[in-house]
Design a protein around this ligand. Structure first.
Ligand code: AMP
Ligand code: GLY
Length: 425
């Protein structure tokens, strides 16, 4: 089967790497891809926003499945348009992608179906938002309703900060995404990422993972897309997973079907866990990045039939096997990320770094210029390793990473600290 993968980040490199191992795969195409993906797939210069062009390409090449990596094309309705043209897609419809595209939509769904989450209110104007905020305890969380590339969440410690965040949202700091604002209760606890494949009716839990959202060691500094991840996540015990499925994922899948907007694809629940009780922080409608990197390293089964079954409504017949090994990914980002950073700095030493068979280096923002490998984004590489436990995976990942010669980049040195300190307690 020919597959078209949409996206060009570390997540898509990991998906491409895993899809490549499928005996069912014919040609793998990727748009827009990156320098790492280019080594294993045929890169296509497609404008993903031009749905008609994507459809034409799929028909021309007889694509059997389109796998959509990032959220933007999903929220823009790429799945709907491809399916209307008779092309199979892994990834939700525009209506189902509202689970990520509108925080207010998800909060209302949780409220209607008793799904545990932070208490909240939705607002269309600053003065009523501020009046509500004034009556709530601190810290308080202010969120732009729509997609804001991970930047639309402000945790305000003071009333002044809360008011300033509300004003910034309505003044357009997050563009159209901030035209509506959600104000919610601050949740205490430990975060984990939970993933399930869904086919409209059936949900199949994937392995557990945790990422590190803050830019600097000790979970300090600004929020990022994710500076590292590991799997399994020791906090997500079997009992907790069962609760998450029963109290959060399955009610959501049923609710989406009941609304007439069944969810197909991967449902990624960002959880806050306190005293063994999971609450939903937010949904994403795609694999996490860098969580996909560690999940793909641990997945033993063929990924392609599972994605196809999600698209075809046939997940009931799929079981996935996982390696017992742990996996850990350290992200190397351009200095300055998540603020302003330079593109075009040279990266050397990848071949030596990737020599360990337990290590995979997934590219995110990279491009080739002749023989040179250049940084071409904020998050640039995901150095990913497996080991018998998270400590061993971490040591291997950092040993590989330390062979990479890239003065323009930085990474956190403490990925996995929670899991490792838990194991040594
Ligand atoms: P989101 O984009 O909704 O995942 O939010 C980004 C990050 O903000 C999350 O990963 C949490 O660290 C934090 N966050 C969001 N909502 C809350 C909340 N209600 N309580 C505590 N932290 C939150
Ligand atoms: N790692 C967080 C995300 O993918 O949104």
């Amino acid at each position: 089967m020919k597959v078209l993968l949409i996206g060009g980040g570390g997540r898509e490199h990991a998906l491409a790497w895993k899809l490549k191992q499928s005996p069912l795969l014919g040609t793998l195409y990727c748009a827009p891809a990156n320098a790492g993906i280019a080594e294993i797939a045929q890169c296509v210069a497609l404008d993903v926003e031009d749905h008609a062009a994507v459809i034409r390409f799929c028909k021309e090449k007889s694509i059997g499945l389109v796998v959509v990596g990032p959220e933007l094309p999903l929220v823009a309705g790429l799945t709907d348009d491809l399916e209307a043209a008779g092309i199979k897609v892994f990834g939700p419809s525009k209506a189902a992608a509202q689970l990520e595209g509108s925080k207010g939509f998800t909060k209302d769904l949780c409220a209607a179906y008793g799904i545990p989450t932070a208490s909240y209110r939705r607002f269309n104007d600053a003065s009523s938002a501020k009046a509500y905020g004034a009556g709530q305890s601190l810290p308080i969380v202010i969120k732009a309703d729509g997609l804001a590339a991970g930047k639309g969440v402000i945790i305000a410690q003071t009333r002044e900060d809360a008011d300033a965040a509300i004003d910034a949202c309505f003044a357009g700091a997050f563009g159209a995404a901030g035209a509506e604002v959600v104000i919610e209760e601050f949740l205490y606890g430990e975060e984990a990422s939970f993933f399930a494949l869904v086919d409209g009716a059936t949900a199949l839990a994937l392995a557990t993972a945790q990422d590190h959202k803050r830019a600097f060691d000790g979970d300090q500094g600004p929020n990022t897309g994710g500076m590292g991840a590991y799997s399994p996540a020791p906090i997500t015990t079997d009992a907790l997973c069962a609760r998450v499925m029963e109290e959060i994922i399955e009610p959501t899948v049923r609710a989406m079907a009941a609304r007439g907007t069944p969810f197909r694809g991967v449902l990624y629940a960002g959880l806050m866990i306190a005293d063994g009780q999971p609450k939903l922080i937010e949904y994403n409608v795609r694999f996490g990045d860098p969580e996909a990197q560690v999940l793909m390293l641990r997945l033993k089964s063929d990924l392609l039939p599972a994605l196809l079954a999600s698209a075809e409504g046939d997940l009931g017949n799929v079981a996935l096997d996982w390696h017992d090994d742990a996996a850990l990914c350290v992200v190397m980002a351009a200095r300055g990320y998540p603020g302003t950073y330079r593109k075009g700095t040279e990266i050397r030493g990848l071949a030596a770094a990737a020599a360990d068979p337990n290590v995979e280096i997934f590219h995110a923002g990279t491009k080739c210029d002749g023989d040179l490998l250049l940084a071409d984004g904020g998050r640039v590489l995901g150095v990913t390793a497996r080991g018998t436990d998270i400590g061993e995976a971490r040591d291997r990942a950092y040993q590989a990473l330390d062979q990479i010669d890239w003065p323009g980049g930085f990474c956190r040195r403490d990925i996995g600290w929670r899991a490792i300190s838990r194991a040594s307690r």
